[in-house]
Design a protein around this ligand. Structure first.
Ligand code: GTP
Ligand code: MG
Length: 208
């Protein structure tokens, strides 16, 4: 899929403030600093659409971006959503509870959400915090896919091992392993596959 336009739309503190659920939506989440904003910029081909930060924990709201609307053809396009990550040590207990409430409400009730992409740092072995989050998604019945990030930082063999180990850890809990994508925002790899996947789900959403 070609990205013809990508624009920031709105930041929401809760579900009721989110835009009308009238087009397919894809949310991105992961541990703080995993490379979410960088991935969003890489996918959309816009360098500063989402803010990339050296200091983790910048995103605290549900951020909607509108991709590829086309007035001429009547195509409504789709929503890309940047969610605040988990595992940010400097959050207070009440901030963490607020995060949990917002994320639980959004993920369980957002009617047009097609899948959530969970970002996993490909440089490290499977982490409990990621597996716990994914298992929570299972309890909520939220469909998810995995996106491995920062693959340019490791040797290919190490990435392959970490990916394999992560998928193996998932198999302990899941019978069906979801689709996963291997990406690097620096090398712009994994972009075509992920966008084609989104395009396929968009077709399905509109019943084409
Ligand atoms: P928060 O919103 O703060 O939770 O972080 P985030 O998940 O949005 O991560 P962000 O995209 O801001 O990236 C965090 C750091 O990792 C930045 O210094 C990025 O430049 C770096 N980074 C992100 N993706 C990649 C990648 O694919 N390769 C390399 N080498 N660095 C990356
Ligand atoms: Mg970010």
């Amino acid at each position: 899929m070609e990205i013809k336009s990508a624009a920031f739309l709105i930041s929401s503190a809760k579900l009721s403030q989110c835009p009308e659920p009238d087009r397919p939506e894809y949310a991105f989440i992961g541990r703080s600093n995993v490379g979410k904003s960088s991935l969003i910029n890489m996918l959309t081909g816009r360098n500063s659409l989402a803010k990339v930060s050296g200091s983790p924990g910048k995103t605290t709201l549900i951020n909607h971006f509108l991709i590829n609307p086309d007035e001429k053809s009547g195509d409504k396009g789709w929503y890309l959503v940047d969610l605040p990550g988990y595992g940010f040590a400097k959050r207070s207990k009440s901030q963490r509870e607020q995060w949990q409430k917002m994320i639980a409400e959004y993920l369980q009730q957002r009617a047009n959400l097609q899948v959530i992409f969970v970002l996993i740092d490909s440089r490290i072995s499977p982490q409990k915090i990621d597996l716990d989050f994914i298992n929570q998604l299972g309890e909520w019945g939220v469909p998810f896919n995995i996106v491995f990030t920062k693959t340019d930082k490791n040797k290919q063999s190490e990435t392959a091992k970490n990916v394999k180990d992560f998928i193996k850890s998932l198999s302990a809990f899941w019978e069906i392993i979801p689709e996963y994508f291997i990406t690097s925002s620096v090398k712009k790899s994994g972009r075509d596959k992920l966008l084609s996947y989104v395009e396929g789900l968009n077709f399905r959403f509109w019943g084409e």
